[in-house]
Design a protein. Structure first.
Length: 289
């Protein structure tokens, strides 16, 4: 019963995204998100605690203000993903450096015979990033967590994520699927900013604290030597973004440890987040304290 109720609510939001003026939808979702901010004490506490750990020099007043900005930015992402679902968001027009990125993607496709691992995070509108890359000739096998609601997962989420040719694989079957894709010279997308919780992980530094992080990228790099490219998308204003394709992260030696390699990946991710910290998903219990 609960599954059907949740499915109904998601379908209702998609209908609203289809019929409401976009400006009203942004305001509506912002209001709902702030309602969650004030009503969900546990999630608000996690957000404030995470920000306090990452920015110990900021006062409690500054942190509380900052935490609210995180929710407001998230409301923009939610609004735009809803608009993407109902084909009311022009993903090409949204990318201010579109031509530059398309050229870079073409170069990657032509010069990556051993495949590419696209490393990213739950930063800004990561769904838009995946859609844009696939639409312009860079489809990926994207690793993710299986949703709790089967109806939503099968009828809404999966078709949406596969719209432009991206593949979807869940974490429990991910390693074999990634190896197969990379051996064919394909692309794999991995978000590394959430707690790993399985054997293939190491503790590395992230915003001054040790966090459990997947070492899958480092393992694949050692085994198959694909390019490890950081991809991020940053909102510059409502509805407008720039995509960041950073330099490949290489190993310093053949004997570099998985921990050291994973530490490098985390440092790059942290530097991007620091540039627009309000756009990262701080409400996730990343440090598990």
């Amino acid at each position: 019963m609960r599954e059907k109720v949740e499915y109904f609510f998601v379908k209702t939001f998609l209908y609203l995204a289809k019929v409401l003026p976009s400006s009203f939808l942004y305001s509506f979702i912002k209001g709902l998100t702030l309602l969650v901010y004030y009503s969900d004490k546990r999630r608000r506490f996690i957000t404030i605690r995470n920000l306090s750990m990452a920015y110990p020099d900021k006062s409690s007043k500054e942190i509380k203000y900052f935490s609210k900005k995180v929710y407001i930015e998230l409301s923009k992402t939610i609004s735009e993903i809803l608009l993407m679902f109902v084909n009311r968001f022009d993903i090409d027009n949204a990318i201010i450096n579109k031509d530059e990125i398309i050229e870079k993607l073409q170069n990657l496709v032509e010069n990556s015979p051993q495949g590419v691992i696209a490393m990213t995070a739950h930063f800004s509108n990561w769904e838009l990033l995946a859609h844009f890359l696939a639409k312009h000739g860079f489809p990926m096998l994207v690793i993710g967590r299986k949703g709790n609601n089967r109806l939503i997962e099968e009828n809404i989420t999966t078709p949406f994520r596969q719209k432009y040719g991206n593949g979807n694989v869940y974490k429990d079957k991910a390693m074999l699927a990634m190896v197969k894709r990379l051996k064919k010279g394909g692309n794999v997308g991995i978000l590394i900013d959430q707690k790993s919780g399985h054997a293939n992980s190491v503790y590395v530094n992230f915003f001054g604290e040790e966090v459990d992080t997947t070492n899958s990228i480092a393992m694949l790099k050692q085994k198959l030597n694909p390019l490890v490219i950081p991809f991020f998308i940053e909102r510059v204003e409502r509805g407008k973004y720039k995509i960041l394709i950073l330099n490949a992260i290489e190993s310093s030696s053949e004997n570099e440890t998985l921990k050291n390699m994973t530490e490098k990946y985390n440092k790059v991710m942290e530097s991007v987040i620091k540039n627009a910290p309000e756009q990262w998903f701080w409400m996730h219990n990343r440090w598990r304290i």
